[in-house]
Each structure stands twice: as C-alpha cells, then as structure tokens.
Write a protein that binds this ligand. Structure first.
Ligand SMILES: [Zn+2]
Length: 222
C-alpha cells in the first residue's frame, strides 16, 4: 500500500509517520532525507539539485521525481511507501501519479492530519530552547523543570524566531495556500482520508488506526 502523508508544521505528522511505518510495514520516504542522501552520495541528481538550492531556488520537479522513482524502485519498499513532504503542489501530485504508474504502482490513499490552526499556533509558539544545552522544552506540554545536563536553571530558555506566533501564522498561511489544491485534488479522485490531529497522542493514534481499518476494507488486496 503506497500512501502520502500531509500535515501542517506542528500537526504531529512525524509521530503518525512512525506509527504508520510500524503498523503497516511501510518505508517512510521524506523528501528532505532524499535530498540529503543524494548530496552525500554526490549523485548526478544530487549535484543538479544542489545547484538550484545554492541559488535559493526550488529544486525542479523532474529532479525530485527522479530521486523518488529511484527510491521507490528499491526492494525494501515492497510493502509500500509512505511519502512525506511530497507532493506539495497539484503539478507534483500529477507527476507523482505518472511516475508511480511507470513502476506499476499507484498512490492508494492520502492521509491528511488536520489540526485547527489555533492549536498549531499554540503548539509551535510554546516551544522554548535552552541556549546553553539546546534542550527543547514547551511552555505547556513540557515545561522546564531541571536541565538534563545539570548546567542551568531555566535562565537560558528562548523562543526561536521561527516559533514566534506571528511567524507561525505566516508559515501556516503558506502551508494552506500551497496544500489546499493538493488536498482538493486528492479529494476529487477519492483518495483523501482526513485524520483528526487534535487531542492527545493516543486520540490521534486511534483516529489513524480507524483510517487504516477503512483502508483495509476499501483495499483488501493492499
Ligand atoms: Zn540547559
């Protein structure tokens, strides 16, 4: 079963990815990891991608698709893949369909971890990092108690610029603008499953499991 995982920053998508990977035996393919792997191996595709990134430009879709194709062709993906961070646009979604078809595969379902924006703002803007030991804390979920390194007493906690509420809101606006057409597209071709991503980790896990059960019913051969 080949899946796509969508979710805003702070949606807990990573936790869901781990869970789906373990439960369904899927291979988790994050687009960021793909780039890093190609850079490290100094592949032709990696070198081409790095030329764009060095200029601050987006890596063209054909390069990303070629990397994905190579990765999905490997034998450890037989039980299925879980794509994370791709596709981000409708053009990429269509290119992905075409690429998968050349491998005799298809995207079976798209899971969108949906969390209300205000909850995402609360989650992300509550993050604090210790400047001394780089340990992450959270105002609500994981408040500072003792420094695990025993070096400080909470006086070096600060908020990264990325986590300031107004920055978080701007990131969410960008996410929705980019992702809404992708979500609409997968909805139109009946592949979209929405996982409610609010509540506790256990609530979300249960919601994910419900979706997996529905997938099993819909795709008995998967
Ligand atoms: Zn510290």
């Amino acid at each position: 079963m080949d899946l796509v995982l969508l979710g805003a920053p702070g949606s807990g998508k990573g936790t869901q990815a781990d869970y789906l990977q373990r439960t369904l035996g899927l291979t988790h393919i994050a687009s960021g990891d793909l780039f890093r792997d190609h850079f490290q191996r100094k592949t032709e595709l990696g070198l081409r991608a790095s030329e764009y990134m060095a200029r601050g430009a987006l890596v063209p879709d054909p390069i990303t698709i070629a990397m994905l194709r190579e990765r999905v062709s490997q034998p450890d993906t037989l039980k299925g893949v879980l794509l994370d961070g791709f596709p981000r646009t409708m053009e990429q979604a269509i290119a992905l369909n075409e690429m998968m078809a050349t491998l005799g595969r298809q995207i079976d379902a798209v899971l969108y971890v949906e969390v209300p924006d205000e909850e995402l703002v609360e989650r992300l803007s509550g993050r604090l990092v210790c400047r001394e030991c780089q340990v992450p804390f959270h105002r609500i979920a994981n408040p500072f108690d003792t420094c695990p390194h025993g070096r400080c007493t909470g006086e070096h906690l600060y908020q990264r610029a990325d986590d300031a509420p107004e920055t978080v809101r701007a990131r969410l606006v960008t996410f929705h603008r980019q992702t809404a057409p992708v979500i609409d597209y997968y909805g139109l071709i009946n592949l979209l499953f929405t996982v409610p991503g609010h509540g506790s980790v256990d609530d979300v896990r249960r919601a994910t499991l419900d979706v997996i059960r529905r997938l099993d019913i819909d795709k008995p051969s998967g």
